[in-house]
Design a protein around this ligand. Structure first.
Ligand SMILES: C[S@@+](CC[C@H](N)C(=O)[O-])C[C@H]1O[C@@H](n2cnc3c(N)ncnc32)[C@H](O)[C@@H]1O
Length: 228
């Protein structure tokens, strides 16, 4: 099968992982973390031309799929970043700008010894709060009941978020994984929160393992990038 090229304007080339990315701050921004092959994000971008969209996805093949969908549909308001999401939220996104963040079916890392690989936890909630506008929303869905409960507990423990009703889930918003899980009859758990005003402080330096470092030929280290 022909590989989709990592083409501009859709693919964000990270030349310097210490330099925040540029966004048009006059336009609203919505972000999908782990956007997979991009079915949800490309549909949403096509339906909302007055908003900018960012997909963050680690897997190269899936990034190529998103770009192929954008090209075929003539979508111009979506870009994809191939990077570890925690790193991107920590260092590369503008403060308090995104109006929505979607995290659908993140890897649940079901074994206890792997829970540290999960996206959700205090570090991500810190960086997420910093990137969402005050009153901005995070939408979350998973098929994994234990992870769902763990995420709800992380949010309940953080006074900068309050629970709100999650978005409706008609088939038009299903991701590839949601379609697959529903076809297997698995239960889908969904929740959402909005950010509240709170004292703002700089994020502490992030310590992440080497496999989470920026990839794709960019510099491996930066000054405030502490390796464990
Ligand atoms: C289970 S899949 C779900 C994909 C898509 N959200 C869906 O529902 O069809 C999880 C996706 O998140 C990506 N991913 C997992 N952890 C990530 C991270 N920390 N940063 C960026 N992408 C991540 C994976 O590469 C994978 O494509």
């Amino acid at each position: 099968m022909k590989k989709e090229p990592l083409e501009e304007p859709w693919f964000i080339k990270v030349a310097d992982p210490c330099k925040p990315l540029e966004f048009d701050l006059e336009r609203p921004l919505e972000i999908e973390v782990g956007c997979g092959a991009g079915t949800f994000l490309t549909r949403r971008a096509a339906a909302n031309p007055d908003c900018d969209f960012l997909g963050i996805e680690r897997m190269l093949g899936r990034v190529r799929s998103v770009i192929g969908k954008c090209r075929r549909a003539g979508i111009r308001n979506l870009r994809v970043l191939r990077l570890e999401a925690l790193y991107a939220f920590h260092y590369l996104l503008p403060a308090h700008h995104a109006r929505k963040v979607f995290v659908f079916f993140p890897d649940p890392w079901p074994k206890k010894k792997h829970h540290s690989h999960r996206l959700f936890g205090p570090r991500f909630l810190d960086a997420l709060w910093k990137r969402l506008e005050i009153g901005g929303r995070i939408e979350f869905a998973t098929d994994h009941a234990e992870y769902f409960q763990a995420v709800r507990e992380w949010f309940a423990a953080d006074s900068r978020y309050e629970p709100v009703a999650p978005m409706e889930r008609p088939p038009e918003v299903w991701t590839e994984f949601e379609t697959e899980f529903r076809s297997q009859g698995l239960p889908i758990h969904a929740a959402a929160w909005r950010t509240l005003d709170a004292p703002d402080a700089p994020l502490p330096p992030l310590t992440i393992p080497p496999e989470c470092e920026p990839r794709e030929g960019v510099k491996r280290r930066c000054e405030n990038f502490d390796l464990a």
